[in-house]
Design a protein around this ligand. Structure first.
Ligand code: ATP
Length: 248
């Protein structure tokens, strides 16, 4: 068994750039003929450029970087939502991504039905999810509306439910993208406690944050990325210092 929860090896991700090109079909056809029937290659941007790092099991790893640095792309790659252009990602353990909160929710279905669907999507069986209904609803403070459709929920209720499903289904690795500030103050307190419990149970946590104090407080290791490259890796204090220097 590996000591790493996630091992990223020479990872590169490029995206094709969508160009706005308001020419008519006729013009496009003529230029296609002129080009000798060759399709024009779409330009690409390199969002992550040959990066390698490892995240040890039972640790909390923070990812920092300015807007557009490639943090969310990296998380999506780690979760397997998108695939690398080149390179490898080795994962060891059940991953729960908390990226686009509630992205898998259906507004017409009830809270309970959504818990079931979300749980199934995260790889649990119906038998494993059913005993967790009460715990999940209770943590989200939504037991009183368990059978109401989600379209009647406020955005805060939505987020609380998504967070509660993810954190209560006993994953090995939790991935959080900028959502430590979900809910009101009391829910934030509860969430922080749950994260601490999660760390104490020896689980792996990967977080993206713009908050140096949070990264220093809860991370064992951190990484700063900029223009697709790793700028700083290792000690959270060094990483946050580099991030602050870069941002000022
Ligand atoms: N599907 C896509 N197609 C094309 N470009 C994309 C796609 N997804 C992301 N990008 C581009 O990749 C770059 C990195 O985006 P990403 O969302 O990973 O950054 P980020 O570090 O998470 O930023 P932020 O802090 O603003 O959330 C940006 O320039 C973005 O426009």
């Amino acid at each position: 068994m590996s000591i790493y929860a996630v091992d990223v090896i020479h990872l590169t991700k490029r995206f094709k750039v969508v160009e706005y090109n308001p020419t008519s079909i006729k013009t496009k056809f003529v230029s296609f003929i002129k080009s000798g029937f060759k399709r024009k290659k779409r330009p690409t941007i390199t969002v992550l450029d040959d990066i390698s790092f490892s995240i040890k099991k039972s640790t909390t790893f923070g990812i920092m970087g300015r807007n557009g640095a490639g943090k969310s792309t990296l998380l999506k790659l780690i979760c397997g939502i998108i695939t690398p252009t080149s390179g490898t990602i080795i994962r060891d353990g059940k991953i729960v991504p908390l990226l686009e909160l509630g992205a898998g929710f259906h507004p017409e279905l009830t809270a309970k039905e959504n818990i079931l669907i979300n749980g199934l999507m995260l790889g649990l069986s119906k038998k494993e999810i059913e005993p967790k209904y009460d715990e999940i609803l209770d943590f989200a403070e939504l037991s009183h509306v368990a059978d109401e459709p989600l379209r009647t929920f406020s955005s805060g209720m939505y987020i609380r439910l998504a967070f509660s499903v993810a954190i209560n289904i006993n994953p090995d690795i939790v991935i959080l993208d900028e959502i430590m500030g979900v809910g009101d103050q009391s829910f934030q307190k509860k969430s922080s406690k749950k994260i601490l419990e999660f760390q104490q149970k020896g689980k792996t946590l990967i977080i993206v944050s713009h908050e140096p104090t949070l990264v220093e407080k809860i991370c064992d290791q951190a990484m700063l990325i900029e223009k697709g490259k790793i700028v700083e890796l290792g000690n959270p204090s060094n990483v946050t210092k580099a991030y602050i220097a870069m941002s000022s």
